[in-house]
Design a protein around this ligand. Structure first.
Ligand code: NAG
Ligand code: NAG
Ligand code: NAG
Ligand code: NAG
Ligand code: NAG
Ligand code: NAG
Ligand code: NAG
Length: 787
């Protein structure tokens, strides 16, 4: 359709059953236009600019059951062109410029529907052969130019099967010959907007006397010119028509009050719409089953007028234009369905004040009214209720007590947007069979929602949208094994962790759109109900970051289940971002992850390496720090000792007995710093060596022996000592060779070999004479100042 094609492609498979070729350009129809399509049943050629139809046009598609030629300016019908269509059931010739029903279609014996609306037909006369069409059941003549109907125009109708629908709406009917429809049986007669004036309608209805019709539809379409009602009895003609159902679309406010129902008392179904009726008449309907009164000006519910109708099963009084006062419907033993929606009604002590003696009532619609107050025992006698609708009506009392406890058959309860705050967890007590519960747009006090549904095990549909719910306890739905639809749209939920419990096995539809969900953990996604067909997650502030790759990957992979996946936006970047979650580049996260791992490994390696180095060279570092400290205030360094002795503990005996003895007790006494005696307890050895020994002494005495060379501590101390004096450019290290050490070994100690070569050193010997000289030289060396 709509492709500007000027031919029917021969590539269409011959098995095709339906071909919609509307809105193309065919101009002229002939046999060669159609390939052989033996199975084609439905052909739509609407608005193809067809002007000319040849005799043999449909030979290749002769099994058609439906042919639609709407909106073509056909000027030539080949004689008998339709007659090849023996199986045709529906023929649609709407708006084709037809001026008469005298079509050559005598072979169309299976015809059921003939739709010829919007043409220039002036007469309802059918070709005589149509009286043999056994299945003919619909003649649609709407919007033609029929102004007169005479008795001989209806001759074929009279003979035709008794089950036909005749549509004459939107014709300019002026005159119907009285009796033209006498003894005609119709299933339906539609004469809505079929008369040019109120008077023509009044006369026309009268002329229809003797007609038998199941359903009669009359009145007007909205927005058409106004009738002038001058006579209260305009509808009297209806009294001599036999009908069961009457649909009267007044669509204006009659200028004089008219008797609407007087001739409708034998009807079973009565609809009077948009008549703006002020007051209902007393009508003694004898067989009424259904009564619809909408868009009226009633001041009070016509309880009095309609009570005691023992046959009435369905009553709809809706869309009253002004707030309506409540009334009481009494003694209507068959009433099952009562719709009083959209009446802006205020009702105290619902619902026994409204209904009494209506034991069969199953459906009660009080939606879109003003305010309804529930009372204890308010539904006594209404035990059969199955459907109860209070939506968009302020309902007082519902949240505080179990007002509905006797409604054990109630299947459907709608209290959406009813300004209810649920404070009592037993509000729905007794509703054993509740299937559908809609409580959207209300409030819960505290954690009432956690318990409210616990016993509603039959619930299949729960609507809790826009209920200001911030958080849902996982047990809220624990017994709802049958739940199939759960609507939580428009709340403030941040998580849907309640889905992690395996209760909601049957869930097929879940709406959590317009909440505050940033992410859903993987374990929740994995435990989503298996049968889920629809999951609406749109309009949530989805966190699209690399920490959410599992979640986003799930979104990308489950587009089929997700409703409106194109509306799942990332709010990570900015609150107004319109970046779609499904467009998020997960691969870039993999790269980022790798990079992060590599960088982390490098960092850890560097840290470990540094720690090792720091540990290994901790003393040097400390020393450096102390040096730096010393450098900052070189003059403040005060020496508490004359000399610090570096020696191996194996040589301790010599140091104590000889060195200490001779130096400290001589004149003048020389104050030595000995580690075992002078180091401060509690301070680390390194600090002691540096603070007390090396920095706190003017000179350093190094006692070199085999043990000295082997001791790591000694070597360390010696290295530190050298570095101090390198800084200070003083040769203040006094070396005592306690025992001979091979030259090779002295090289093991950094700087010792060089020092021994460059500087004089003292050599200890046991010979008393040289011994004496040794002490004198040592003392001198220590006392010698640096200046
Ligand atoms: C339709 O097709 C005709 C020729 O067959 C061409 O002249 C015309 O422009 C087309 N119209 C459109 C809307 O493509
Ligand atoms: C069209 O077909 C009918 C019979 O179906 C025949 O009588 C008539 O002559 C044909 N007309 C033309 C123009 O072929
Ligand atoms: C409708 O029919 C009347 C005669 O009944 C005629 O004068 C008028 O031109 C017709 N209108 C159209 C649009 O064919
Ligand atoms: C009457 O026609 C309608 C279709 O318009 C069909 O559904 C119904 O079964 C028919 N009834 C009889 C009794 O033929
Ligand atoms: C209603 O039916 C009764 C008996 O069948 C008949 O006497 C009466 O005239 C009818 N009234 C109308 C308005 O059709
Ligand atoms: C009740 O009436 C309202 C308004 O006419 C309608 O929208 C709603 O669907 C009805 N409720 C039920 C349960 O049929
Ligand atoms: C559920 O029913 C049990 C027994 O039927 C009752 O004891 C309990 O209070 C009910 N709980 C709620 C929240 O209605």
């Amino acid at each position: 359709m709509g492709r500007n094609l000027s031919f029917i492609p021969s590539s269409i498979p011959s098995s095709v059953q339906t071909l919609d070729f509307s809105f193309n350009v065919l101009n002229r129809l002939q046999r060669t236009v159609f390939p052989i399509l033996s199975f084609l049943l439905v052909l739509d050629l609407s608005r193809c600019q067809i002007k000319h139809i040849e005799n043999d046009t449909f030979n290749n598609v002769k099994n058609l059951t439906t042919l639609i030629l709407t909106g073509n300016p056909i000027t030539y019908f080949g004689p008998g062109c339709l007659n090849s269509l023996h199986n045709l059931q529906r023929l649609v010739l709407v708006d084709v410029g037809l001026s008469s029903l005298m079509l050559q279609m005598n072979d169309l014996t299976k015809l059921q529907e003939l739709r010829v609306g919007t043409n220039n037909i002036e007469s309802i006369s059918l070709p005589p052969f149509m009286s043999t069409f056994k299945e003919f059941s619909l003649l649609d003549l709407h919007a033609n130019n029929i102004s007169i109907i005479k008795t001989d125009h209806t001759a074929v109708l009279r003979e035709i099967v008794r089950n036909m629908t005749l549509i004459l709406s939107r014709n300019p009917l002026l005159y119907i010959e009285p009796g033209a429809f006498k003894d005609i049986y119709l299933r339906e007669l539609n004469i809505r907007s079929a008369f040019v004036s109120s008077a023509a309608q009044q006369a026309g209805l009268k002329a229809l006397y003797g007609l038998n019709v199941q359903k009669i539809i009359f009145g007007k379409y909205k927005g058409e010119f106004r009738f002038q009602f001058s006579d209260a009895n305009v509808l009297d003609g209806l009294c001599s028509i036999y009908f069961q159902e009457v649909y009267y679309y007044i669509n204006e406010r009659p200028s004089v009050p008219i008797y609407i129902f007087r001739c409708m008392i034998n009807a079973t179904n009565v609809l009077v719409r948009n008549g703006m009726i002020d007051e209902m008449e007393y009508v003694f309907f004898r067989e009424i089953k259904e009564l619809y009164l909408d868009y009226d000006h009633l001041g009070t519910l016509p309880g009095k007028q309609l009570s005691h109708l023992h046959t009435l099963e369905k009553l709809v009084i809706a869309h009253n234009i002004e707030p309506i006062h409540a009334g009481t419907f009494i003694d209507m033993p068959k009433l099952q369905y009562l719709d009083l929606s959209c009446n802006r009604m205020t009702l105290k002590q619902c619902c026994t004040t409204l209904l009494s003696g209506t034991p069969q009532i199953r459906y009660l619609n009080l939606s879109r009214n003003g305010e309804i107050s529930l009372d204890v025992g308010g539904f006594d006698g209404l035990d059969s209720l199955e459907i109860l609708d209070f939506q968009h009506t302020r309902v007082v009392g519902m949240g505080y007590f179990s007002a509905l406890s006797n409604l054990k058959y109630l299947r459907h309860l709608d209290v959406s947007y009813s300004a209810i705050t649920f404070t009592n967890i037993h509000c729905f007590y007794g509703l054993k069979n509740l299937n559908v519960l809609k409580i959207a747009g209300n409030n819960f006090q505290g954690d009432v929602a956690r318990y409210l549904f616990n016993n509603r095990t039959f619930l299949e549909h729960l609507d809790m949208s826009y209920c200001h719910v911030v958080e849902l306890h996982p047990n809220s739905f624990k017994n709802l094994q049958r739940l199939r639809l759960l609507n939580l749209r428009g709340n403030y939920l941040m998580t849907i962790d309640f889905l992690a419990l395996p209760n909601l096995k049957q869930l097929t539809s879940l709406y959590v759109d317009k909440n505050s969900i940033t992410s859903i953990p993987l374990h929740v996604l994995q435990s989503l109900p298996r049968n889920l067909l629809e999951f609406d997650l749109s309009s949530n502030p989805i966190d699209c970051s690399c920490s959410q790759t599992d979640f986003i990957l799930w979104i990308i992979q489950n587009q089929k289940v997700l409703k409106q996946p194109e509306n799942i936006f990332c709010k990570t970047f900015s609150p107004s971002s319109d970046f779609r979650a499904k467009d998020f580049d997960i691969h870039s996260c993999v790269h980022k992850k790798r990079l992060t791992i590599v960088l982390s490994v490098c960092f850890v390696t560097v840290v470990v390496l540094l720690s090792f180095l720091v540990y290994r060279f901790q003393f040097y570092l400390q020393y450096c720090w102390i040096l730096l400290r010393g450098y900052r205030s070189p003059g403040q360094q005060e020496c508490s000792y004359d000399a610090f002795v570096i020696f191996s503990s194996y040589d301790e005996v010599w140091v104590m007995n000889e060195l200490m003895e001779n130096l400290e007790n001589g004149v003048p006494p020389i104050q030595l710093c000995l580690h075992m005696r002078d180091f401060q307890a509690g301070k680390s050895i390194a600090s002691n060596i540096i603070d007390e020994g090396i920095m706190g002494s003017r000179k350093i005495i190094v006692v070199v022996s085999q043990h000295f060379i082997e001791s790591a501590w000694c070597r360390f101390e010696f290295e530190l000592a050298q570095s101090r004096f390198i800084m200070e450019r003083n040769a203040n290290i006094i070396i005592i060779i306690l025992e001979d050490v091979e030259e090779r070994k002295t090289k093991k100690v950094f700087g010792l070999h060089k020092h021994l070569k460059k500087n004089t050193y003292l050599k200890w010997s046991r010979d008393p004479l040289s011994n004496m000289r040794f002490w004198i030289r040592l003392r001198k060396a220590i006392i010698a100042t640096n200046h």
